[in-house]
Design a protein around this ligand. Structure first.
Ligand code: PLP
Length: 379
């Protein structure tokens, strides 16, 4: 009897498509290989014949897709002899950086916006032994400071401007194509720094790449790390990026100085992958749009109530936008749509509890009272 091969993370799985060597020490927590869940109840509610799948990235080891990029970034930092990593973060990058640094035995410095980080994320970074620098400013301030300090200090930046981050994150697209047997028609993502939408496009492009002489524009996005410098021959999805209205530089066409949204993971006014995301937009034939905080929270709740899938507010932005575009017909009937759910709902329990309308019935510890509570609430 043979045993099923143990899953040991995305670098091992996609080793031939990632910039690692045979003797590279891989820093992994078993990230990737997340479920692609087909929605049942929401599509019928919309009254449209569309296939909607959610890629539940909240099931990565630290609860967000950031782990896909971090396994690569930390593996390469260690390979290059780095003893410390640094990042600015709205929360999930810091939780992920802290975990992979702990695994590697190096130090993580994380700059987080004072008071604007979800509790779950803060708890993770604290438990995982990161040095937490709480700055009186927002993510964009933190990012500026990280870039400045890294010039003089012996620290490796692990924000998505580190090209290895995007290399790790592109593997989500590989998994989707392999599971569906083809690329979806539309891929919807929440957009903050726009690193993830760029990484997915790199992944889809690599998969759709045949052998040819010419190097396409898509291949320039991977900054030379892709070994498939060919022409695109296969199918790729239209990439649709949704932002929170109070934090939507791609909609305004310029940087936003004081971004505000309940979706703290995308509270970013100066996206680091600005140019790349516009290339993705143009090449894929997709679009950007925005969702209000109310739409985002409504989608988060709907997904949990109707499908049993709990994601954090920022993640629900992809579904909120997709539902609107499916209803309006902008996303046509019969399409296959994938929405990335970037982070787990448990990351931000405060926002969830504050907006919950679940019936909470308080009773005495007596059988008749519990019976009555059941009777009164049977649908
Ligand atoms: C980081 C993050 C995003 C934004 O991803 P970008 O690559 O910055 O566009 C969205 N949702 C969650 C939960 C995140 O942690």
């Amino acid at each position: 009897m043979s045993f099923r091969q143990r899953y040991t993370g995305l670098i091992e799985r996609y080793r031939d498509r990632l910039p690692v060597h045979d003797d590279t020490r891989i820093i992994s927590l078993g990230e990737g290989n997340t479920p692609l869940i087909r929605l049942h109840n929401i599509p019928s509610m919309l009254g449209k014949n569309v296939d909607i799948y959610v890629k539940y990235e909240g099931l990565n080891p630290t609860g967000s897709f950031k782990d896909r990029g971090m396994t690569m970034a930390v593996t390469k930092a260690v390979e290059e002899g780095s003893k410390a990593i640094i990042c600015a973060s709205t929360g999930n990058t810091s939780a992920s950086a802290a975990a992979y640094a702990a695994r590697a035995g190096i130090t993580a410095f994380v700059l987080i916006p004072d008071g604007k980080i979800a509790q779950g994320k803060l708890a993770q970074a604290m438990m995982e032994g990161a040095v937490i620098v709480q700055i009186m400013g927002n993510f964009d301030d933190g990012m500026r400071l990280v870039k400045e300090v890294a010039v003089e200090s012996p620290v490796t930046i692990v924000n998505s401007i580190n090209p290895f981050r995007l290399q790790g994150q592109k593997t989500a697209a590989f998994e989707i194509v392999e599971e569906l047997g083809r690329a979806p028609d539309y891929h919807c993502l929440p957009v903050g720094n726009a690193g993830n939408i760029t990484a997915h496009w790199i992944g889809y492009s690599e998969y759709a790449c045949g052998e040819a002489e010419s190097v396409t524009a898509a291949c320039t996005l991977c900054q030379g790390h892709c070994r498939f410098a060919g022409a695109i021959t296969g199918q790729r999805p239209k990439m649709v990026g949704y932002q929170a209205s109070g934090s939507a530089p791609f909609m305004r066409g310029k940087m936003v100085d004081n971004p505000e949204t309940v979706a703290t993971a995308i509270r970013i006014g100066h996206p680091q992958s600005w140019d790349q995301a516009w290339i993705v937009n143009k090449e894929s034939g997709g679009w950007f749009d925005e969702c209000t905080d109310d739409e985002i929270l409504e989608a988060q709740k709907l997904l949990a109530e109707r499908e049993g899938v709990f994601c954090e507010p920022a993640s629900a932005t992809s579904l909120a936008g997709a539902m609107r575009d499916i209803k309006s017909g902008k996303i046509e009937a019969s399409s296959t749509v994938v929405c990335t759910l970037t982070g787990h709902g448990l990351k931000d329990p405060d926002t969830a509890i504050a907006q919950s309308t679940a019936p909470v019935v308080k009773v005495e510890a007596k059988l008749d009272q519990v019976k009555k509570a059941i009777h009164d609430n049977l649908g």
